[in-house]
Design a protein around this ligand. Structure first.
Ligand SMILES: [Zn+2]
Length: 184
C-alpha cells in the first residue's frame, strides 16, 4: 500500500519560531513606530520627536509649549535651539524595549541579547494570555524579540522560550477574533 504521508522533515526550533512569528504578523500587522530621540544632555531618556521637542523647550528654560514646527526650509532661532538639543533617531540596539518617556508610545528599536532576555523575562512575568488581545504595538514588541532568534545562530534556550511566547500570542489572537483567523 502506497504511503501517501509526507516525509517528516526535521524542522529546527528557530524555523518553527519563524513560521509562528509570521502567522502573528499576518493576523496582527506590527506598527511602524516613530524613531527614538533623546536630549543630548540625557541619553538615557527616550522620546518620540514631538515629546523631544517639548522636553528640549523646557530644558531651554522656556514656559509652555514649543512653537509649532516650521516647514523644513524655514528655521527660526528658537527652532535651531530646539534641534541643537535633540539627538537621534537611534539606529543602535538597546537593552530594553523603547517607549517615549512622556507619551509612552512604542518607539522604533532593535534589541541586544540582554534586551531579548529582558523582554522574555517581562512576558514570563506578565503572560500574554492575560492581555486583552494583541494590537499592532504588541506585535511590534514581539517582532523585536523574534528577529534576534530566527537563525541557526540563536541560543536554543531563548528560542524555546520565544516559541512558547509565540504560541501563547497566537492563542490570544485566536480568542480575540475567532472568525477571521485561520491557521492553515
Ligand atoms: Zn512621545
Amino acid at each position: 500500500m502506497a504511503d501517501t504521508t509526507e516525509p517528516v522533515v526535521a524542522q529546527a526550533p528557530w524555523e518553527r519560531l519563524y513560521e509562528l512569528e509570521h502567522r502573528i504578523y499576518a493576523a496582527v500587522p506590527p506598527i511602524d513606530p516613530p524613531g527614538c530621540h533623546w536630549l543630548n544632555e540625557d541619553a538615557g531618556t527616550s522620546y518620540c520627536w514631538e515629546c523631544a521637542r517639548k522636553a528640549a523647550w523646557k530644558s531651554l528654560g522656556r514656559a509652555g509649549e514649543p512653537p509649532a514646527e516650521p516647514d523644513w526650509w524655514d528655521r527660526s532661532e528658537d527652532e535651531k535651539l530646539i534641534r541643537d538639543k535633540i539627538d537621534g533617531p537611534s539606529s543602535g540596539e538597546s537593552d530594553s524595549g523603547e517607549a517615549c518617556h512622556t507619551c509612552r508610545r512604542t518607539l522604533s528599536h532593535l534589541l541586544s541579547g540582554t534586551g531579548v532576555d529582558e523582554e522574555l523575562g517581562h512576558f514570563a512575568q506578565c503572560p500574554i494570555e492575560d492581555y486583552h488581545g494583541i494590537d499592532g504595538e504588541q506585535s511590534y514588541v514581539l517582532s523585536r524579540i523574534f528577529m534576534n532568534l530566527t537563525g541557526p545562530w540563536a541560543d536554543a534556550k531563548r528560542v524555546d522560550e520565544a516559541i512558547l511566547l509565540a504560541e501563547a500570542a497566537l492563542s490570544a489572537i485566536a480568542v480575540q477574533k475567532p472568525p477571521a483567523i485561520q491557521f492553515d
